[in-house]
Design a protein around this ligand. Structure first.
Ligand SMILES: CC(C)(COP(=O)(O)OP(=O)(O)OC[C@H]1O[C@@H](n2cnc3c(N)ncnc32)[C@H](O)[C@@H]1OP(=O)(O)O)[C@@H](O)C(=O)NCCC(=O)NCCS
Length: 164
């Protein structure tokens, strides 16, 4: 378990850090079941059009976050992941709250998906204020659906953040 007081969430600074993040993703569901390769995971945490962050305890990477702040789904948490050994201690909340702070500075909606084969994460998201808004049938792999969830701080037309 990590001591949250020692965790810093920050952007990746080196290729080694991105490589650690790619390895973490690759061994974790949903990406494992999607069959994501190391190279694909590395791309996911290196895409300059998205924002990628690691949760570091010293030099150790315990979690990661990829946020998409562009396009029609502005404010999409593309990936949130905590190393299995660090789960259940509040790191997931810390990452998601960090992401929300970033998203809600530019948009009143924060979106994320979970895969139906990974439904144990749903109560966590509900607890954090997300509600189901749709089902993307067989969106990633055959035979499985992605469940789209949203947390909102109000209608778009009333939003007074950056870029509104
Ligand atoms: C989802 C994930 C990031 C959560 O990380 P975590 O470190 O275990 O989460 P936390 O311990 O911070 O718990 C998150 C919150 O949910 C609450 N919670 C945990 N289990 C819960 C449950 N079964 N029911 C309701 N609330 C629950 C916690 O109390 C906490 O809320 P709090 O901060 O108000 O106390 C982690 O399970 C993970 O990496 N899963 C694999 C990757 C994945 O599936 N990502 C989602 C797809 S992108």
């Amino acid at each position: 378990m990590v001591n949250l007081d020692n965790v810093i969430i920050r952007g990746f600074q080196t290729l080694d850090e991105r490589a650690s993040a790619a390895r973490l993703m690759m061994k974790t569901d949903p990406w494992k079941t999607f069959g994501r390769s190391y190279e694909q995971c590395l791309d996911a945490v290196s895409n300059p059009q998205k924002e990628s962050y690691g949760a570091f305890c010293g030099e150790n990477l315990s979690g990661l976050l990829v946020i998409d702040l562009t396009g029609p789904m502005k404010g999409y948490l593309q990936a949130v992941c905590v190393d299995e050994s660090a789960r259940g201690g509040g790191l997931g909340s810390k990452l998601i709250r960090f992401a929300e702070e970033r998203v809600f500075s530019v948009s009143p909606n924060c979106f994320l998906c979970y895969s139906d084969f990974n439904s144990s994460v749903r109560p966590i998201y509900e607890h954090l204020g997300y509600e189901e808004v749709g089902v993307l049938r067989e969106y990633m792999i055959p035979g499985h659906n992605e469940i789209l969830m949203r947390k909102t701080i109000g209608p778009v037309m009333r939003f007074r953040g950056k870029g509104s």
